[in-house]
Design a protein around this ligand. Sequence first.
Ligand code: IFM
Length: 457
Amino acid sequence: MSDHVFPKDFVFGVATSSYQIEGAVHEGGRGPSIWDTFCRTPGKVKDGDHGDVACDHYNRYPEDIALMQSLGVSAYRFSIAWPRIFPTGLETEPNAAGLDFYERLVDALIAAGITPWVTLYHWDLPQGLQDLGGWANRATVDAFVRFADAVSARLGGRVKHYITHNEPWCVAMLGHMNGEHAPGHKDWPEALAVVHHVLLSHGLAVPVLRAASPGCSVGITLNLVPGYPASPSDADADAMRHFDGFFNRWYLDPLYGRGYPEDMVTDYRALGRLPEGPLPFVHPGDLDAMAVPTDFLGINFYSRAILRSTTVPETENLPRTIAEPGPEARTDIGWEIYPDGLYDLLRRLTVDYPGVPLVITENGASYATTPSEDGGIHDAARLSYLDSHLRACHRAITAGVPLIGYFAWSLMDNFEWAYGYSQRFGIVWVDYATQERKLKDSALWYRDVARSGRIAG
Ligand code: IFM
């Protein structure tokens, strides 16, 4: 079998986010975020875990950059903790110590030959803004634009890649619809207003970032999930349509100038999630603002969904042609391993939303594999997951998809939100007691891929 060779300028990177790795929650003038509060709320995070120390990356970033350098990755995607820059979100001047930290990080990355890809919002909203309603309050849109302005004014000359938001679906739906993430609300109409404010803040921040860093590349990252009907029945096709609208099109359509999908507006009204009449949160000009042209779309891909109608009794539906996968086909967190889904998703995006360069800003797998007696960490399952998904990327590129980069999630084991430290996504092992880092077999494999730009065989 011949090697899978990636285009010369293809970006091989690794990704993290601030609250998941930084720790040092009381250092450098940082204020509390909604995740500090959520973690302290009994029963919200497994084992009462929190990000107070996490991977102590705030203090150990030089070691972590050396690690990335040893892996040969050309890019590092990380996020800025908003409460390090505006401790309550309401200050008129940014916190210099917070900006200093990210400036040191960016300078050290550039000196190591690693391109910084900065995500502005990866879920750590200042608690001060949440106290005023958080993303449900339209004023948070302006606060986000001021945050984008402060960060890019300081880093603009050096940072050439910005991602405004990470996974608006999670912010809105996990945070405000089912309450699994901070701030833990369960309110459909509020969740839909949150989507709108997040997408609007993206649209208004893009020109601010461009002004501070002319020629920079700006995008947004969505977690997209391709759906597959469980059978060829009309009922399952409709379940699939609704799922796709809920998960994918509600974000893609407004970002690419089509407004919110009509079929979903109808569904949400019928379900009492939206009132009749105009959408209450949409102001004149909003839809144009959020459809601002961008330079790439970031995609976080982990799995697919298989849709079975719940409106038709099982006995009246057609037999399944896709069975529910068993535990052997799932990672530790329970998500199905389905690399063809990534290929299908990439192809679909180029057809339905053509002309947009794509970047996989996250892809990876949770496996608990611990160090062996020989000292190695033999995470063959993660290695195979990464290998199969990178092959899917290669296949998509060969088929004409404008895919320009891939970031493995994650550089290192870290705080996995409501799962606490019970799920390990890192290609680097972290011993949380000693903060020792150790390359897993998947990291050694990824190093060969990143250095050579090819997958062997
Ligand atoms: O850890 C998260 C990350 O913060 C956002 N995307 C999914 C990852 C795995 O759940």
